[in-house]
Design a protein. Structure first.
Length: 239
């Protein structure tokens, strides 16, 4: 096996994303053959002993990615110190090892969330430079006029920084609420909810229906399925 960058190997083990692995290296949590590793170091796991916090690094034999239909009230994390339910608890215990959420859905939101042990895939789906599409169906209060929808499409600044344009379609109106479909290529914290609040039409329900080309279809809420390699399309191409 050819030596590879340590942050890539740590991410490939399913412990975290590649960017987080870089932080672990800076924090001195990674050693190779007993020596403290530095960002940019390489190692060959077939002959080098790599440890994280003193524990041997174990690379998965195969990569695994699951699509979960996350219910509201469940956290997009592997562990919560306050004992609140997490997405890993929706999986059988034998399926949890090495998996981590790819990106996030806030606790109040529901829908498509990927869980993977593939660090390269996690990077491609979460790093801003790749700009992959995420599709949402969102109920908001009231009937947003066309001028408001155009403002949203253009990108509403948040925290003093510009937002990318948004694909947006008004689907239907029911009992004082409007169902919108949005496609985003960035993932800022609570971006849809904050934008809707600024525009005067707060979110009543937020459901992500697809991550890139991988959609929920008829997957029931709280259920999961394996994502087949053929579903990824251009995402299967390494960066």
């Amino acid at each position: 096996m050819v030596a590879d960058r340590l942050q890539k190997l740590v991410a490939a083990a399913g412990l975290c994303s590649r960017r987080e692995a870089e932080t672990w290296l800076r924090d001195g949590r990674v050693r190779v053959n007993g020596d403290l590793a530095q960002l940019g170091d390489r190692a060959d796991p077939s002959c080098d002993r790599i440890t994280i916090d003193g524990q041997p690094l174990e690379l998965p034999r195969t990569t695994l990615t699951l699509l979960l239909n996350k219910p509201p009230g469940v956290l997009s994390t592997c562990h919560d110190p306050h004992g609140r339910p997490t997405v890993l608890e929706l999986l059988p215990p034998q399926r949890r090892r090495g998996l981590h959420p790819v990106g996030r859905l806030d606790a109040d939101s529901r829908g498509a969330l990927l869980l993977s042990n593939d660090g390269d895939l996690t990077l491609r789906l979460t790093h801003p430079r790749y700009g992959h599409r995420k599709t949402y169906q969102v109920w908001v209060e009231g009937w947003p006029p066309l001028a408001t929808l155009e403002r949203w499409r253009a990108g509403v600044p948040l925290d003093g920084l510009p937002s990318q344009p948004v694909e947006l379609h008004r689907l239907r109106h029911h009992r004082g609420a409007t169902l919108l479909e949005l496609v985003l290529r960035e993932g800022r914290n609570r971006q849809i909810r904050r934008t809707a609040e600024i525009l005067g039409h707060p979110v009543l329900d937020l459901r992500r229906t697809a991550v890139g080309p991988v959609g929920l279809g008829d997957l029931p809420e709280g259920s999961w399925r394996e994502v087949e390699p053929g579903e990824w399309g251009p995402l299967a191409v390494a960066p």
